[in-house]
Structures are given as structure tokens and as C-alpha cells.
Ligand binder design. Structure first.
Ligand SMILES: NC(=O)c1ccc[n+]([C@@H]2O[C@H](COP(=O)([O-])OP(=O)(O)OC[C@H]3O[C@@H](n4cnc5c(N)ncnc54)[C@H](O)[C@@H]3O)[C@@H](O)[C@H]2O)c1
Length: 254
């Protein structure tokens, strides 16, 4: 009897680019991918936090590079990715939130959130895919979206809109690049403890709402995302594309 072989979760020999790696979910994803064997390029706008993270990870035997980029600078990002690529794995965790009632949203806030969460994410995903298409290599591209891509929420019309948009272009890219074995997926977290969520977690009314919605009875930690990102990046997810992996403690179950 021949037993089926469990696909590998290891990422040895793979090159990963993680945008938004200087903080929160992106930082955790960078560590998870590097621990799984990938060489990880850390991307954020400045070098200070990235170099500190690189030093810490290198000291623990991980393979890491630093590439400072503002992913909203589309031309510069495309050139840098083309020069450094091809990357087998993308995790795009650069993102921004501004919470106001829809009637109070300013145009600058709308533009800032949309520019990063949608336009920056779109063109970065495309830049990585172009490198893979030219090199004729398979790949796994992961956008950190949100549970808010699947529901609406008070004071979050712009943010929810951007994350719904990410789901739309992810599915379309998955269709276009599927024949080239380039997989494109999102991870959709619930509220995770990071600098982004500090204002929400310090608001008792918001905490009451969150505690009622998360069925598993606790907010998320960055560690809750780490296994999922390795899974989606690995051969264990070889038939998964165009999908959203909700890590929401049951928020969207009802
Ligand atoms: N924390 C949560 O509860 C939560 C929940 C769902 C989804 N998300 C999403 O996860 C992603 C990461 O969130 P986080 O909580 O880790 O936030 P964070 O603020 O801790 O980290 C954001 C990262 O993006 C980087 N960044 C910002 N603008 C950039 C730019 N123009 N170019 C390059 N890098 C840039 C920052 O330097 C930082 O490294 C975001 O897309 C966010 O919408 C977060």
C-alpha cells in the first residue's frame, strides 16, 4: 500500500518579499516565512526599524534583506522589484485605516487609505507577478486584507471599501495567472493587537462590540496569522487560489 505524501510546508530556497514588514502583522509574517526557510526581503518606507528587525532575525539564523520602499510610489516600486526579482512569495501587509462616520470622511483621508490599501497593493502584486511571468516561475502572492472585506462596520466605510476592492482584484488576478501557477489569495484577519489597532482597543465601546462579535472570546495576536501565511505560501496550498482565508474568531459566522 502506498501512503499519500504530506506536501511540504517548508520554504527553503524560496525568495519572499514582505511589504509592511516593520510592524505588526507584516513583521510576524516575515519571521514566519524566514523560519520556514525562505530568504525574506523586508519592505517598508524607512530603514530604521527594518535594519533592527534584520539584525534580530539574522542573529537567529534567518536569511533577510532590507529594501526601503514606499509602495505608493508605483514607478519606483516596480523598478526595484524588477531589479531584485523574481520573488516566489509576496506578502503585502502595508495598510492604513482612518475611522470616521461616512458623513465626516475627508477627501484626503479617502485618498490616503485608498492609495495604499488598493492602488499600492494592486501594483505591488502585479510587479511581483510580472517578475514571475518573465522568469516562467510559479509563485504565491498573499494580500493581507481583512474580515472587513466580508462585512460592513460602523465608522469604516472607506476601510471596508478598500478591503472589498482587494478581494476583487485578487480573484481576477488569480484567474489571469492561474495557468502560470501563480496563486493569489488574501488573508482576512479580525482585530489583531498591533499599532494599527491601539486606538480601537483603548475605546471601551469598541471593545464591547469586538468582544461580542468574536465568538472565540479573544482578540487576535500576530501569532494567529503566522501559520496561515506559511501554509498559503507553501506547496501544501498548491491548489488554493483566488480565495480568502478568514482568521476572524468566528466574527463573520453570523
Ligand atoms: N491589526 C488588525 O487588526 C488588522 C485586521 C485586519 C487587517 N489588517 C490589515 O493588516 C495589514 C497590516 O496591519 P497592521 O495592524 O500590522 O498595521 P501596522 O500599522 O502595525 O503596520 C503597517 C505596516 O505598513 C507599513 N507601511 C505603511 N505605509 C506604507 C507604504 N506606503 N509603503 C510601504 N510600507 C508602508 C508600515 O511601515 C508598517 O510596517 C493592513 O493592511 C491592515 O489593514 C489589520
Amino acid at each position: 500500500m502506498t501512503l499519500p505524501k504530506t506536501p511540504s510546508f517548508r520554504l527553503d530556497g524560496k525568495r519572499a518579499l514582505v511589504a509592511g514588514a516593520s510592524s505588526g502583522i507584516g513583521q510576524a509574517c516575515a519571521v514566519a516565512l524566514a523560519e520556514a526557510g525562505a530568504h525574506v526581503t523586508l519592505v517598508a518606507r524607512g530603514t530604521g526599524k527594518l535594519n533592527a528587525l534584520k539584525d534580530e532575525m539574522t542573529a537567529q539564523g534567518m536569511q533577510v534583506s532590507v529594501l526601503p520602499l514606499d509602495i505608493c510610489d508605483i514607478a519606483k516600486t516596480e523598478t526595484a522589484v524588477a531589479d531584485q526579482g523574481p520573488y516566489d512569495i509576496l506578502v503585502n501587509s502595508a495598510g492604513l485605516a482612518r475611522h470616521t462616520p461616512a458623513t465626516d470622511t475627508t477627501e484626503p483621508d479617502y485618498d490616503a487609505v485608498t492609495n495604499l490599501n488598493v492602488k499600492g497593493a494592486y501594483f505591488l502584486t502585479r510587479a511581483i507577478a510580472k517578475g514571475l511571468l518573465i522568469a516562467n516561475k510559479p509563485g504565491s502572492l498573499i494580500n493581507i486584507s481583512s474580515q472587513m472585506a466580508h462585512v460592513g462596520a460602523i465608522d469604516r466605510a472607506v476601510y471596508c471599501g478598500t478591503k472589498h476592492a482587494v478581494e476583487g482584484f485578487t480573484k481576477s488576478m488569480a484567474i489571469e495567472w492561474g495557468p502560470h501557477q501563480i496563486r493569489v489569495n488574501t488573508i482576512c484577519p479580525t482585530f489583531i493587537r498591533t499599532p494599527l489597532t491601539e486606538p480601537t482597543f483603548s475605546n471601551p465601546d469598541r471593545m464591547k462590540w469586538i468582544n461580542e462579535k468574536i465568538k472565540l472570546g479573544r482578540i487576535g495576536e500576530v501569532e494567529d496569522i503566522m501559520g496561515a501565511v506559511v501554509f498559503l505560501a507553501s506547496d501544501a496550498a498548491a491548489l488554493i487560489t483566488g480565495t480568502s482565508l478568514l482568521i476572524d474568531g468566528g466574527w463573520t459566522a453570523d
